[in-house]
Write a protein that binds this ligand. Structure first.
Ligand code: NAP
Length: 292
């Protein structure tokens, strides 16, 4: 009998790739794609075997029908101070409906004593999943390469520059397509990934200067990395409309990066997928148009 996988956060950076890659796999799983804003639904409903359904993490009454006849869950929520509440609701519903495997998007450095609140919240929900008794796979990715598009893309396009308080820190950026590939393998292969935690990075650690050089070559225009102060970065994020919780989280992440804590490289992508993690050079070529 063909099963069903529920992908939450399905229209976001990682979730949309999980849906796309699952829909191309020959396993024939049905895919339920959790869509928050209806206007984003076409990002995933275009694919084979995908049925979009609306999920709002703040409205738990809709969850029961979303989980009906679902076998496996890809659990991803947006960055929020309410992460534990949101994910706890999903885990409770997963338990009630007999879900057999949860693949959870977590974060590199998830720990109850971490310096960054998002890392502490992710570890709290990892623990809830462990306590639920449902087999799990935790994905702990480093900073996404796609952040250069989602967060720095606007100034790269308008000023040929991006502004970050990272000094000369090196980060082993990971391509979100690789995180999705690991998620898909875990969802489809099942028990060999049960109760495992994968720290997911790209194949090398790069400074933001090196990233700027690679983006310059890929786009054919000179792109500069401008190191700014924490205060300047906070001001810029405030102007861009980010809330205070997110501003604090991102600032704390840059502090961690400056200490060099995001620079080590893991082999998880190759171990799980059998192919090398995507290099930043490849990412820059594939997405060059997004920076022009
Ligand atoms: N960014 C990084 O570099 C990085 C690194 C490591 C770990 N992480 C972790 O990765 C996760 C974020 O992944 P992502 O960047 O792929 O996410 P994303 O692109 O921000 O997408 C978030 C998804 O959640 C949906 N969503 C937002 N509010 C919702 C709500 N109230 N109810 C239901 N759905 C809602 C969004 O839909 P709408 O757009 O329609 O609202 C979207 O589909 C977070 O847990 C973060 O801590 C991120």
């Amino acid at each position: 009998m063909v099963g069903t996988i529920l992908v939450t956060g399905a229209t976001g950076t990682v979730g949309s790739e999980v849906v796309r890659q699952l829909s191309r796999d020959a396993s024939s799983y049905n895919i339920k794609a959790g869509v928050h804003s209806v206007e984003n639904a076409n990002k995933v409903q275009q694919y084979d075997r995908v049925k979009g359904l609306q999920i709002d993490y703040d409205k738990i009454e809709g969850l029961e029908s979303a989980f009906k006849d679902v076998d496996k869950l890809f659990l991803l929520t947006h960055p929020s101070p309410k992460t534990v509440e949101h994910e706890s609701n999903l885990v409770t519903e997963a338990k009630k409906s007999g879900i057999k495997h949860i693949v959870k998007q977590s974060i590199r450095g998830a720990d109850l004593d971490a310096d960054v609140e998002a890392m502490r919240l992710h570890r709290q929900t990892e623990k809830l999943i462990e306590e639920s008794g449902i087999p799990y796979t935790f994905l702990r990715p480093n900073e996404f390469m796609q952040g250069f598009i989602n967060f720095q893309g606007t100034t790269i396009k308008s000023n040929n520059a991006f502004y970050i308080p990272a000094e000369d820190a090196k980060v082993s950026f990971v391509d979100a397509r690789d995180i999705a590939a690991v998620a898909v393998k875990a969802l489809l292969e099942g028990d060999k990934h049960y109760n495992k935690t994968y720290m997911i990075t790209g194949p090398e650690a790069l400074s933001y200067h090196q990233a700027a050089d690679i983006l310059s070559k890929a786009t054919g225009k000179k792109i500069d990395y401008v190191n700014i102060s924490d205060e300047e970065a906070r001001g810029g994020m405030k102007e861009a409309g980010l809330d205070d919780w997110l501003i604090n989280t991102i600032s704390d992440l840059y502090t961690v990066y400056r200490k060099g804590y995001a620079s080590s490289v893991s082999s998880a992508v190759e171990e799980v997928t059998g192919r090398k993690a995507t290099a930043f050079v490849e990412f820059a070529k594939d997405y060059a148009d997004a920076f022009i």
